[in-house]
Design a protein around this ligand. Structure first.
Ligand code: FRU
Length: 476
């Protein structure tokens, strides 16, 4: 029987998803039913539910010919697998439906822009395509590619013109893409009134230091925020070669150009990339990211578990001056199971230990004026543990005691600022089988971690002495 590419992908998933090994599967993060995922795509709220699409190769846990997978969720916590929404089934996108964005159409559907890739003897030809999502299916425009590469001036590179961010303006639409040209790399802007006919407007930002990917542009509390992910970043901000960096400022020249503050990093961990945001139920800004990057390792693929890649927790974004702050979405609290609390003076001889927690949330509040260091261990069994150590107002996550992390050459340690206030520190950590996400003072640090042991112990230890209160909830 003849099947379309889309039918074939969905039939493969239905027939094979039970082969996925549950060992490292998350409980409250979005993960694919089977196969590979990378970037979040087309994240939007349609008035009733959130839709999140994603870069997906269903047939193996490795990057391949990109489809768009699809989840739907009402609470940003329970992600319902929906049928694969797009397959690379047209000549112009036959090498893949790469990343893109969606904006609600006000009628329950959404306008979608994505990068359609065609490959020939000269390599990738990256162009932009329009499609419409009706709530169930994504239907591609007959006029694709609506932003052909040929619309760019001389000097641009056809292999690097991608990841359109669709923005609504007073007079129509703007699309912001990542691009490379012979003078460097930048974000570029195109404009349209009808989403099918586009004109090139020029560079949206000044030349940026590394090839950008997945730009996002949105208003937050009266200012415009722009962020993008970096390929091979080598600047001063971070040693992480794949950070997401942002700037806060405003749109100029009929919304075709952006000027903003110096760049800052969005997350202090190594496993957070291709971040995408949408406006939520109450007008709040919600961000979700691929919980990995091209510098990450994917042990679940090598272990034969048949899946690789997942999303971070969705987070609510606020702004304090030119700084972005992230908090877990409120719905997380509704999923908490029984609360367990312990309170103790912790020092060289006395650690505070709690029951194992494989899928849960941990709060640590501590008085640290008499402590040199304070360490929270998670995923602890035997010699293994992920250690979060506060020292000199910096929190360092160290996963080097995990054999699988070492074998896979995962960056051993990473740090975020954590200033004590009035001698106290406060942090929240979510653990979900193979994830550690730290929230502290509006900053976040996101890291994958693959313990061999099943214990997932939690403990607090100190050099000097600290008064520690630990609260744990299983997330259901
Ligand atoms: C970012 C990225 C995008 C591209 C997609 C391909 O992770 O490289 O630039 O559209 O992944 O899967």
């Amino acid at each position: 029987m003849y099947m379309t590419m889309l039918e074939r992908a969905n039939a493969y998933i239905a027939a094979n998803k039970d082969r996925v090994d549950p060992r490292y599967r998350p409980r409250f993060h979005a993960a694919p039913p089977i196969g590979w995922i990378n970037d979040p795509n087309g994240f939007h709220f349609d008035g009733k539910a959130y839709h999140l699409f994603y870069q997906h190769y269903p047939y193996a846990p490795v990057w391949g010919s990109m489809h768009w997978g699809h989840w739907q969720t009402a609470d940003l916590l329970h992600w319902e697998d929906r049928p694969v929404a797009m397959a690379p089934d047209c000549e112009y996108d036959s090498f893949g439906c790469f990343s893109g964005t969606a904006k609600p159409d006000g009628k329950g559907g959404a306008h979608v822009l994505y990068t359609c890739v065609y490959k020939d003897e000269n390599g990738d030809l990256q162009q932009q395509a329009y499609a419409h999502f009706d709530g169930e299916r994504i239907v591609k425009s007959e006029n694709n590619p609506v932003m052909p590469f040929s619309m760019l001036p001389e000097g641009f590179v056809r292999q690097d013109f991608r990841d359109p961010c669709l923005v609504k303006t007073a007079d129509g639409w703007r699309a912001i893409m990542a691009a490379r040209h012979n003078g460097g790399t930048s974000l570029v802007c195109c404009a349209s009134r009808d989403l099918e006919n586009w004109t090139y407007e020029g560079e949206f930002t000044a030349t940026v230091s590394s090839m950008p990917e997945c730009p996002d542009v949105f208003d937050l509390d009266g200012k415009t925020v722009v962020w993008y992910s970096c390929v091979d970043y080598a600047g001063e901000l971070t040693w992480n070669p794949r950070p997401v960096v942002y700037s806060v400022g405003g749109m100029k020249d009929d919304d075709t150009r952006f000027e903003g503050s110096p760049l800052a990093v969005l997350d202090y961990g190594t496993d957070c990339y291709a971040s995408q945001s949408c406006e939520g139920l109450n007008g709040e800004r919600i961000v979700i990211s691929w919980m990995a990057s091209w510098a990450s390792a994917f042990p679940t693929a090598d272990l034969g578990h048949e899946w690789a890649g997942m999303m971070t927790l969705p987070r609510v974004l606020t702004r304090c001056g030119d700084q972005l702050m992230q908090q877990p979405v409120k719905s997380m609290q509704a999923a908490r199971g029984e609360e367990k609390t312990a309170h103790q003076q912790v020092d060289g001889g006395h650690a505070l230990r709690m029951d194992g927690l494989k899928h849960g949330e941990i709060h640590l509040a501590a008085e640290v004026s008499a402590a040199k260091t304070l360490t929270l261990e998670v995923m602890a069994t035997g010699d293994e543990a992920v250690r979060l150590t506060w020292e000199n107002d910096v929190l360092t996550l160290d996963r080097s005691a995990l054999k699988l992390c070492n074998e896979n050459r995962m960056a051993p340690a990473m740090s975020m600022p954590l200033a004590a206030k009035d001698g106290r520190i406060d942090l929240t950590v979510f653990v979900d089988a193979c994830t550690v996400e730290v929230f502290a003072n509006g900053d976040t640090l996101t890291a994958l971690a693959f313990p061999e042991g099943e214990g997932y112990g939690v403990a607090a230890k100190a050099e000097g002495s600290a008064e520690v209160e630990l609260t744990c909830w299983e997330i259901r």
